[in-house]
Design a protein around this ligand. Structure first.
Ligand code: ADP
Length: 208
C-alpha cells in the first residue's frame, strides 16, 4: 500500500477541492481480485444487443469469481440522471456522468460493462479521456433493419410513427466508431458466440 497524498484539483466554481486518496489503491484491489479493473464501453444502436451480451458476460465472469458489473444507460437515467432530458446538452451530461461513475467503479476494482448507445464519436472520445487507461471500446454492430425487426422495447415502432424525435437510427444518425477495440456483429453471430468472444477479450485485456 502507498502513502496518502492529497493534491488540490482545479474545479470550475470551486477553489478548495482536495480529493481524498486512501491507502487501498486500485492496484491493491486488482491484486486481491486477480484481475485488472476498467471499463468496457459497449456502443451501438438500440436493439443491437448491448444489454443481452453484457448480462451474459457478467454472469459468466461473476461465476468465475470476477468483480464485474453492468452500468446500464436506462438504469442511470432512472436514477442519478433522472433530471436530464434528451436534448443535445443533456445527452452530453448524461454521458459525462456515466463516464465518471464508470471510473469510480473501475477505481473500486470492478470491470464495468457500460451499455450506452452513445451515438457520437465526440462523446465516446470524451469518456475515453475521463476513464484513461483500461478503457476498451466495443462496437455492438447490427444492421438497422435487424434492430427494427427485433425492437425489444417497442421503441422503433414508436419512433417510426413519429412519437420519439431524434431516436438514434431513425431521426438521428449513429456514427460508427473508427476506433473500436472489438466489433461484435450481432447480425451475423448468435448471442453465445458474442458472449464467448467478449468474455475472451476481457480475460485477455484485464489479466494482471
Ligand atoms: P440493446 O441493449 O443494444 O438496446 P438488447 O440487448 O436490449 O439491445 O436487445 C437485443 C435483442 O436482440 C434481444 O432480444 C436479443 O435476444 C436479440 N439478439 C439476437 N441476436 C443477438 C446477438 N448476437 N447478440 C445480442 N442480442 C441478440
Amino acid at each position: 500500500m502507498s502513502t496518502v497524498v492529497q493534491t488540490k484539483v482545479a474545479v470550475p466554481g470551486a477553489t478548495e477541492v482536495y480529493p481524498h486518496r486512501g491507502c487501498v489503491t486500485r492496484r491493491c484491489r486488482n491484486e486481491r481480485h486477480g484481475h485488472r479493473s476498467g471499463v468496457v464501453w459497449l456502443t451501438g444502436l438500440s436493439g443491437a444487443g448491448k444489454s443481452t451480451i453484457a448480462s451474459a458476460v457478467e454472469a459468466e465472469l461473476f461465476e468465475a469469481g470476477w468483480l464485474i458489473t453492468v452500468l446500464d444507460g436506462d438504469t442511470l437515467r432512472a436514477g442519478l440522471n433522472s433530471d436530464l432530458d434528451f436534448s443535445a446538452a443533456a445527452r452530453e451530461e448524461n454521458l459525462r456522468r456515466a463516464g465518471e461513475v464508470a471510473l469510480l467503479l473501475a477505481e473500486a476494482g470492478y470491470v464495468v460493462l457500460a451499455t450506452f448507445i452513445s451515438p457520437h464519436q465526440a462523446g465516446r472520445e470524451a469518456v475515453r479521456r475521463v476513464v484513461g487507461d483500461d478503457f476498451h471500446l466495443v462496437h455492438v454492430r447490427a444492421r438497422l433493419e435487424d434492430c427494427i425487426a427485433r425492437d425489444p422495447k417497442g421503441l422503433y415502432r414508436r419512433a417510426l410513427a413519429g412519437a420519439i424525435p431524434n431516436f438514434t437510427g431513425i431521426g438521428q444518425a449513429y456514427e460508427e466508431p473508427p476506433d473500436a477495440d472489438l466489433i461484435l456483429d450481432t447480425s451475423g453471430a448468435d448471442v453465445e458466440t458474442c458472449r464467448h468472444t467478449l468474455a475472451g477479450f476481457i480475460r485477455e485485456r484485464f489479466a494482471l
